[in-house]
Design a protein around this ligand. Structure first.
Ligand code: CA
Ligand code: CA
Length: 194
């Protein structure tokens, strides 16, 4: 750590709290703060939706809009603390968790990643992914080469496979079970956060 790092450290409010809440190392927090400030072109101290469109890792994601919406759940703008909280869901899971964080459920745990993914589907927030909600997300992911008919049948099959209680929707528990074998830790990690 040179004098340049400590210069930036002093500009980050609540460094200790952020480190505890997110599990990011100080070095990562400093790096993300840099990134935050680079996105904050007008130097407002918070980001608006259009600032997010500059994040390359999101721009290539078909669920980009949904993910960006997740940053803005309750407001029009995102300050650094909210920014880093959302990003923490995408922090890769490491074997060696910091010792002082081992007792609480980390924000980047498998369960927490699944919850984040679930809310990208569950747009009306009723705790279930309906057929239509699933259809919408699948349409964003598959692109135009799949016909509506094919998409409808893919959706129905996915619901049938995941829906254990027969209500024609996918609860969080059903969602978790259906993804049991999927390497969500890998899929929900963004490389620049390593
Ligand atoms: Ca729903
Ligand atoms: Ca169900």
């Amino acid at each position: 750590m040179g004098s340049q790092s400590s210069h930036h450290l002093s500009k980050i409010p609540d460094m200790e709290a952020i480190r505890r809440e997110t599990g990011f190392s100080q070095a990562n927090i400093v790096r993300l703060h840099h990134r935050f400030r680079a996105l904050d072109k007008e130097d407002k101290g918070y980001l608006s939706k259009k600032n997010f469109l500059c994040i390359g890792e999101l721009a290539v994601n078909p669920l980009c809009d949904r993910i960006i919406d997740a940053f803005f759940e309750n407001s029009e703008s995102v300050d650094f603390r909210s920014f880093i909280h959302i990003l923490a869901h995408f922090r890769p899971i490491e074997e060696d968790k910091p010792k002082d964080l081992s007792t609480q459920e980390l924000i980047n745990s498998r369960k927490s990643k699944l919850k984040f993914a679930f809310q990208l589907y569950d747009q009306d927030k009723d705790g279930k992914i309906s057929r239509n909600e699933l259809l919408e997300v699948l349409r964003m992911m598959v692109g135009v080469q799949v016909t509506n008919e094919q998409l409808a049948s893919i959706t129905d099959r996915a619901i049938q496979e995941a829906d254990l209680d027969g209500d024609n929707a996918i609860s969080f528990d059903e969602f978790t079970k259906s993804l049991e074998k999927m390497n969500i830790e890998h899929k929900m990690s963004i490389r620049f956060l390593k």
